[in-house]
Design a protein around this ligand. Structure first.
Ligand code: DGL
Length: 263
């Protein structure tokens, strides 16, 4: 069981930013990654639809013998993690949500910005997160429609992307925030561009590394950490596998086996 793989999924390539953190912290683990690119963007879908996709993914990874599941997607987590934990109470499941707690602790100006999908920002789980951890700070939320689609197309540098991103960042800067939460796993790929448009003393916070640490904790508690050596990552996509294979190196992964995910 220790050598069984870990299932990781996102609506698309965003979860690769989390996969990289897991690879860094847990190099002995074998990883399976499903990109549900055929249903992107989750951020503009209904919670019911996303819950149904989460359940399909969980069923698939169970069949593959995964010893743990990582929802490398904020939007999927806010919609679906509670149902998954109810349905699979003994399975280690790691979800992720915008880093409101660390951002509230870190801000000096008392103003925190959140870039995330519409679905995440409208969710009850996000509202509860603000009630719990952000009572003493001002939180400015900014949905970012269109960013995910550009990143999925392999665009991390174009003028079109810059213009769209600038429009989302401007209101946060104008409100005096000194800490910006990247509340969608696609956005860490935009860090170089973001850094070029914000003052150097504004911090960008994402949760990929924290997710990897939480996964490590859950596996260690159950004596499930792999001893290695690991197997190469196996990828699936619900869109075009050849396209996905080409985009992997752009996003920091060495090209691997990519299969069609048709569920
Ligand atoms: N990567 C996802 C997240 O963390 C969502 C992207 C999408 O809208 O599909 O929220």
């Amino acid at each position: 069981m220790r050598e069984a793989p870990i299932g990781v999924f996102d609506s698309g390539v965003g979860g690769l930013s989390v996969l990289a953190e897991i690879q860094r912290l847990l190099p002995n683990e074998s990883l399976l990654y499903v990109a549900d690119c055929g249903h992107i963007p989750y951020g503009e879908k209904t919670p019911e639809f996303i819950r149904q996709r989460c359940s399909v993914m969980a069923g698939f990874f169970r069949e593959q013998g995964a010893k743990a599941l990582v929802l490398a997607c904020n939007t999927a987590t806010v919609a679906g993690v509670a149902d998954l934990r109810r349905d699979f109470p003994d399975w280690p499941i790691v979800g992720m949500e915008p880093a409101v707690k660390p951002a509230a602790a870190a801000t000096r100006s008392g103003v925190v910005g959140v870039l995330a999908t519409t679905g995440t920002l409208q969710s009850a789980k996000f509202a509860a997160l603000l009630d719990r951890f952000a009572t003493d700070v001002r939180v400015i939320t900014q949905p970012c429609p269109g960013l995910v689609e550009l990143i999925e197309s392999g665009d991390l540098h174009s003028a079109e992307l810059r213009q769209l991103l600038q429009g989302y960042v401007e209101p946060l800067l104008a409100s005096g925030c000194d800490t910006i939460i990247l509340g969608c796993t696609h956005y860490p790929f935009l860090k170089p561009m973001l850094k070029s448009m914000i003052p150097a003393d504004i911090s960008l916070i994402d949760t990929g590394a924290a997710v990897a640490r939480q996964l490590q904790r859950l596996l260690a508690e159950r004596d499930l950490l792999a001893g290695g050596p690991n197997q190469p990552v196996r990828f699936w996509t619900s869109a075009d596998p050849a396209y996905f294979k080409n985009i992997l190196p752009l996003l920091g992964q060495s090209a691997g086996e990519v299969q069609n995910f048709s569920l």
